[in-house]
Design a protein. Structure first.
Ligand SMILES: Cc1cc2nc3c(=O)[nH]c(=O)nc-3n(C[C@H](O)[C@H](O)[C@H](O)COP(=O)(O)OP(=O)(O)OC[C@H]3O[C@@H](n4cnc5c(N)ncnc54)[C@H](O)[C@@H]3O)c2cc1C
Ligand SMILES: Cc1cc2nc3c(=O)[nH]c(=O)nc-3n(C[C@H](O)[C@H](O)[C@H](O)COP(=O)(O)OP(=O)(O)OC[C@H]3O[C@@H](n4cnc5c(N)ncnc54)[C@H](O)[C@@H]3O)c2cc1C
Ligand SMILES: Cc1cc2nc3c(=O)[nH]c(=O)nc-3n(C[C@H](O)[C@H](O)[C@H](O)COP(=O)(O)O)c2cc1C
Ligand SMILES: Cc1cc2nc3c(=O)[nH]c(=O)nc-3n(C[C@H](O)[C@H](O)[C@H](O)COP(=O)(O)O)c2cc1C
Ligand code: FES
Ligand code: FES
Lengths: 300, 258, 300, 258
């Protein structure tokens, strides 16, 4: 049985990754999960300089999921390389760094700083709904997405994953723009913008008013977008949105995702990632599937 | 620090000990690792609520692997917990956070101050601190809880907002009323109380440790949901934010902005 | 205590309606609910001629909600007027007719046929994701939405509600176009396009592949869109998406909706609509609120 | 027809009577209104599954207000039901749909045909039809269920796919094997079986009533989720679609396209 997948020339021992921002730098979950078991650890978004993020409350529970408005708090690329990358190097897994910025230059600076590190891929976050500048502004318009993608591709030494926002009319248009600009892969979906109001205090529950929704509640939207995008582009897709079990992960693979990531469900069950790896193996065994790649896009 | 785990605990007993206040004993190996001021996160059952609810450790019985949680029904999750009966099972994540620095009490005169649903963690703390100590408790009204348990470990003073028992007012009013003094304060309670303590401690050069609350998602430091503002750049985050679930929930009062 | 609301000159005894397509023509739920207790009954979408709808399976359960791909099956405007409107006339409640079509002419024909009936308002469905022609095609582009809205406004004898799709990058752009074209009110949200795959059969669960997601899982997205749109337009908004309790309904009112509609949760609890009416009254009593309109947009 | 209601029923007993097959008795006033071939919709508890699961009425005890449901664990909802114990409560919606036209059996020679999890509704039907009748049951293997209950009301013939009990094959093979004849057929079972019955009935000029299944949301005719194709324009929908939950689940075989 072979669970290996290849994305943009990078080999992953299995198609299960962590979703950016939900797994810290890996350290936080190493009490629960052997990081060597994962296809990749995708880190929290990192910028050229430290970011404070948004005021609290930053998280809220919603039916079947949660809202977050962390606002990309991060210690900046220097500390990240020195401390977090150093920690992750000890493990036999791919490291994918999620990159954020307020301006194109911010992104480029991070990309360049990472060029001589051992990270396997870069994931460019142009889809965070929780910061005013940058991020989602780049990810909702075809032109600006094309532009930032091609600029990053010029500098990047590692393959580039563009992380797409679901808060768009037609995600395939954005996907095609990223592909045309040279993106090596896509990841989707980032969070869907939502809001929660405390009816007794008549106040927004989040200090930021809106937050990004994730968790099982968004899975059908994510699966649909992955499926639609697979029909529209040739580059591989990393699927995420509500994955909490091997069944969920397999749904994304069948829809056409080459790999998957576990996000908010880590908070619900810190063992989720490894359970997904084991569950995919069990499913392959049950149905006599030799290569996990046979599942990719196999829905009909 | 002990390894964090998600485990299934068995309900040993649960009883209501006040208006909307429940007293829950769980059997779980986590009890062995628990220190005063730390917390566990309890998962609601059923699928519409997913995030675990942080609840402070009120008391442990390490020999019997038992953990006591005392909580107020504040919403849907705690309402669900309140229906648990002996034999039921609850998933919990723990042990989380850094507790009170019990060592700092050595040879000192200590106040333990608890307000409302901040009182429960004071019990395990009172048991852990050998020193003579004064335990200042603030309640809304005469619907007291845990004050008898606490009385076994120190001198208990009670304040009630409506004045129906003890000093009228809050824990700060007890200090005034009895002209009490301490070298070290350890406290948990609502934000206005913690602010008052921070101010009082700063003005009187008292060392104060306070336990903070914030909405949490992961409970283990991964999501950056639960931060508080710090006066200096935090060593982990490299910004003026510390994670309450990991660096806290207990902070030296001077370290944090309230 | 006054629960009356006014929308485009029409008076509703309370702000609670049914969401189109989830309440049949009212008859189906009259075993459970006294229709006289409702602010309005909003009917299933009706076209100029009968529509067969999509093949089955047409519905699927998802985490905290459901997908539907009914495809606007309806008996056509003639039977609708003769049978369904005749039934609804017996009740002391407003009737809002949801109108669908494949071409602008289809819509106009239905609008004209309804002009001499007693219906209180028309709700124009330009946001159904489950039919190939018409519907959502009109609702995702500013120009076509403007166009169809103004053409309908020219013919309509009753006030016109444009029902907006959440499957867009910026719902306020669409809302502004509808307002500019003369819409009297907006309703939102229609369903969010989703997909479910049966991993054991490797098949789409719905015959139509995709379906519209609704239920509690979509509420945060709906509340956010209502709030954003309230800031962008002056016309009143009817809010819906996952409402299953008075608490949910009040969240929409606080976000700025002038009225609310109960959709998929009717299937979960057929008494929902009346329970929402009673729950809003209880909330008003608890907080000493005289007029339900005081709640509208009262979040801060 | 009786008014439809959503009610909370109490579990009287539940036992497993086959591989993944459960036999559940509920106490509910709906029992009084139930006719053979009708169904109820049972709500899962906990919030991630919202839609009720349609389950046919297997048997009623009107005097004791009891309803018997026999179901196979097919997914998450039925798996959850299978954990119910006496005293537990389940919300159900009912009574739904139109049952079998029991009158049409008067003075006729009747087959009741049930395949797999289509067997349960045959029991209440067998009790309601006074006429002499032959009951043809198809199972996968020797893991039979309800055949003893049914034997009290008619001559039971069994077929198994693996031939381990009775005729090898399905219910149609029983007809051949024993050269049986009927004027009226009433049946419930998997689609291939219903297709075979429709064909057989048409070829032999037999009146046949079959019970159909489709994914449902509302169960009461409002959502138009559960339709089947009809041969003629349906009186309610005015297109070639009838709602299985409302016009069905039982249809005259000639009325529907399978
Ligand atoms: C470190 C820590 C220790 C705590 N110890 C105790 C204790 O010993 N006893 C006790 O009664 N309460 C304690 N709390 C508060 C307790 O966590 C909340 O009352 C509880 O989470 C409410 O959940 P709910 O589902 O009933 O309310 P809901 O309002 O329905 O909860 C919705 C969401 O908001 C979160 N939330 C709501 N209120 C709070 C809050 N005050 N703090 C953090 N998250 C909140 C919930 O966890 C949940 O994710 C503690 C909180 C923290 C952070
Ligand atoms: C009129 C009618 C009568 C029925 N009577 C019986 C009975 O007496 N005994 C019995 O064991 N089963 C019966 N079924 C089938 C039963 O409804 C399904 O097995 C059950 O809904 C599966 O639910 P689940 O949550 O376990 O499966 P899941 O696959 O997890 O369910 C997901 C969704 O699909 C729906 N669904 C799945 N399978 C079916 C199906 N075959 N038919 C309709 N909806 C389905 C569920 O209701 C749910 O909404 C009947 C179905 C209908 C339509
Ligand atoms: C608390 C939190 C923080 C997140 N931070 C980031 C981030 O820094 N960069 C990013 O690209 N996505 C971030 N995301 C989005 C996730 O990576 C993922 O795309 C989304 O949550 C959907 O997956 P899920 O439903 O499994 O959580 C974050 C999500 C959560 C819940
Ligand atoms: C089964 C079903 C059928 C629907 N049919 C229509 C329709 O005919 N016209 C329309 O405008 N919206 C239709 N809708 C959308 C609802 O009116 C509503 O906008 C949506 O479901 C969100 O509300 P909810 O989450 O409360 O269901 C339908 C929804 C469902 C679930
Ligand atoms: S709750 Fe996630 S970092 Fe504290
Ligand atoms: S299930 Fe809704 S019409 Fe039959």
């Amino acid at each position: 049985m072979n669970t290996e997948v290849k994305i943009a020339g990078v080999t992953f021992k299995n198609p299960v990754m962590t979703a950016s921002g939900t797994f810290g730098s890996g350290m936080e979950y190493s009490d629960f999960v052997d990081l060597n078991r994962l296809g990749a650890v995708v880190t929290k978004g990192v910028a050229n300089v430290p970011w404070e993020g948004n005021p609290t409350p930053r998280v809220a529970e919603v039916y079947g999921g949660m809202l977050n408005a962390i606002g990309l708090q991060n210690p900046g690329i220097d500390v990240f390389i020195e401390r977090d990358l150093a920690f992750l190097k000890k493990y036999d897994t791919n490291v994918i760094v999620n990159v954020c910025g307020k301006t194109v230059e911010d992104y480029l600076e991070v990309v360049e700083r990472l060029s001589d590190t051992s990270v396997s891929m870069l994931e460019i976050n142009v889809s965070c709904p929780n910061v005013k500048e940058g991020a989602i502004a780049f990810g909702q318009k075809v032109d600006s997405l094309y532009d930032i993608t091609s600029q990053i591709k010029k500098k990047a030494k590692q393959p580039v994953i563009m992380k797409l926002s679901p808060n768009v009319t037609d995600i395939t248009e954005l996907a095609k723009a990223a592909e045309a600009a040279g993106a090596d892969a896509l990841s989707m979906i980032n969070t869907i913008t939502g809001m929660k109001i405390d009816i007794h205090r008549k106040k927004f529950v989040l200090a930021n008013k809106t937050g990004g929704m994730s968790g099982p509640a968004v899975k059908p939207v994510a699966v649909r977008m992955v499926y639609q995008t697979v029909q529209a582009v040739k580059i591989p897709i990393i699927g995420m949105g509500g994955i909490g079990s091997a069944e969920d992960a397999i749904e994304f693979l069948l829809a056409g995702a080459s790999a998957v990531a576990v996000g908010a469900m880590n908070f619900v069950n810190p063992y989720t990632t490894v359970e997904v790896v084991e569950g995919i193996e069990a499913y392959m065994k049950q149905y006599g599937i030799e290569n996990v790649t046979e599942l990719v896009g196999a829905v009909s | 620090m002990a390894q964090k785990k998600k485990v299934t605990a068995t309900v040993i007993s649960q009883k209501q000990i006040g208006e909307q206040i429940f007293d829950l004993w769980l059997e779980t190996k986590l009890a062995k690792d628990a220190h005063p001021g730390q917390f566990v996160a309890v998962y609601p059952r059923g699928g519409s609520m997913l995030l675990p609810r942080p609840i402070s450790i009120c008391e442990t019985d390490r020999e019997k692997n038992r953990l006591r949680l005392v909580y107020r029904v504040a919403g849907k999750g705690t309402a669900e917990f309140s229906t648990c009966k002996a034999g039921d099972r609850l998933d919990i994540l723990g042990v989380l956070g850094n507790g009170f620095p019990v060592d700092r009490a050595k040879g000192k005169h200590v106040f333990l101050m608890g307000g409302g649903i901040g009182i429960p963690p004071m019990l395990e703390l009172a048991k852990a601190i050998g020193e003579k100590k004064q335990i200042l408790l603030g309640y809304r009204n005469k619907d007291l809880f845990l004050e008898e348990d606490l009385a076994e470990y120190g001198d208990v003073y009670v304040a009630t907002e409506d004045g129906s028992v003890g000093t009228k007012g809050n824990v700060m009013d007890i200090i005034k009323a009895y002209s009490l003094h301490a070298d070290v304060i350890m406290a948990c309670g609502p934000m206005p109380m913690l602010r008052a303590i921070k101010k009082y401690a700063a003005e009187n050069g008292i060392e104060a440790y306070i336990s903070l609350e914030e909405r949490m998602a992961c409970g283990v430091g991964a999501c950056l949901g639960c931060v508080c503002r710090t006066t200096k750049v935090d060593a982990h985050s490299h910004v003026h934010n510390a994670r309450i679930c990991t660096e806290g929930p207990v902070f030296e009062a001077g370290e944090v902005e309230l």
